[in-house]
Write a protein that binds this ligand. Sequence first.
Ligand code: GLU
Length: 284
Amino acid sequence: MPPVFRFAPSPNGYLHLGHALSALLNADAARAAGGRLLLRIEDIDETRCRPEFEVAIYEDLAWLGIAWEQPVRRQSEHLADYRTALAKLEAMGLVYPAFESRTEIARFVNEQEKKSGTAWPRDPDGGPRYPGMSKLLQAEERRRLVEAGAPYALRLDMEAASRQAGPLHWDESGETAAADPAAWGDVILARKEIPNSYHLSVTIDDALQGVTHVVRGRDIYPSTSVHRLLQTLLGLPVPVYRHHRLILDSEGRKLSKSTQATGLRELRAQGVTPADVRRMAGLD
Ligand code: GLU
């Protein structure tokens, strides 16, 4: 079986040099290994994704000379797959509804920090770890709130899930990396009935699409711990991973989709060629 690579951008902005690096590394690796290259559009966040950004992804990648297999998987068309996985985790008793808004959590954490004089634990993305208030609710109270139509998020019971899965590892560019999902606390897997979490959809899709090699930016490295945990809980195959360097701006910050200076469309308009982009991304 040939190895399967994928590039999985979110259409919430225009692609920049950092995306070009990721896409080109995947395309180069697939070619070198006689493998396949898939393209996946990660468009489950309806509030941020826009059709014109998706069209631009196809244009920019084609301009770079990247060829991907058809059909493209668009996550928004596969919510049933994520719902099935969620139902499995629910049946295992590893998921619970949490009723606090982001603002309520921030306020609680602020108060705790003031009271104790110590910093509240943060997840690898810098957000406060969920304090777990809703986990303490009695089953009856939970049911009452759900039936009353209170908004909620479905969270993974990280302690129970980690206990069930045991110690986890993955292959990171040929070395063994130890997973630390607990660093994330009780992550959100869905908002009410909408299974729109990045962690869940990326894990399910890589498995359903038979992805064997995940090549993506170093910024996503900590998330791999959650993906490894979900793979084990759901009995999914485990790809090998390579988290590549990021391209930083002149101030040492990660590139963002709003930084026009490194946008592929802007570069193209200035007469930069695909070969130039390879060099600018530090390839060749
Ligand atoms: N959709 C994610 C992003 O654009 C990448 C997901 C992945 O490669 O696993 O940042």
